[in-house]
Design a protein around this ligand. Sequence first.
Ligand code: G1P
Length: 293
Amino acid sequence: MRKAVIPVAGLGTRFLPATKATPKEMLPVVDKPAIQYVVEEAVRAGFHDLLMITGRNKRPLEDHFDRVPFLEETLEAKGDHEKLAAVRQASSLADIHFVRQGDPKGLGHAVLRARSHVGNEPFAVLLGDDLIHEQDEILQAMVRVQEETGGSVVALLEVNPAEVSAYGCADIVPSTDEDYVTVHGLVEKPDVADAPSNLAVIGRYVLHPRVFDVLEETPAGRGGEIQLTDALQTLATAEGEGSGVYGVIFRGRRFDTGDKLSYLKAVFTMALEREDLGPALKQWLDSQKTSVV
Ligand code: G1P
């Protein structure tokens, strides 16, 4: 499995006005744009062929992963090898392709735009808003489950019951294998009272290509959009090759960089772990605590 799809066409309205002229995926988490963490995670899991589904105003993403000869020459002339390496790293991570979504018809529609690039092989989908801590990665485990079951795999996170209506929600039964659960049903953003569980689908998927056939036939759902969750619901109850949906439960640190509080937590977590910033930031945070008391 080599191909991963990264939908990044969303408008980022939760972060206005910062995202009025800058794509939300370019907001820095310390000194790297949020999207670079996602790309690096895909590469670590073995995905070297990435397709971003973009939209209008997303040009900075293409620029970020491209070479910048003038900047590189300037840094080289100055002998600033550290910055030169940082600049070059973003453009040498993977083979990154871009296609525009065109109509903003939802996540399912965005994934369907990847069909001709992906072809007839299983592939991963990583949502650009979800930042998963490097030490807690889940994608490789999901690839193993896909290979074992032959179906499609979602990442599930236990959330507060009140929060489940912000996510796709899964109805599951344990499987004989303790590494994953079997998903019987999926609902996109259910009302809290109707939610089948408190297991939320987070932004990592490993999908069987049969999902493309299903997406072609999936009508608009929640919010008038073609929902990936609805296509997966169809696959969960289908039979034959490529049917079945399985869940890997995620127990690590995950940040939603499209949400202001979660974004700040991501910035602080990453900065506190850095040798060059962590000690001074921690000292300052501790001093703030005492001055508030
Ligand atoms: C999308 C999916 C939803 C999933 C969520 C994870 O929603 O439609 O099922 O739970 O991503 O972040 P969005 O956040 O794009 O509205």
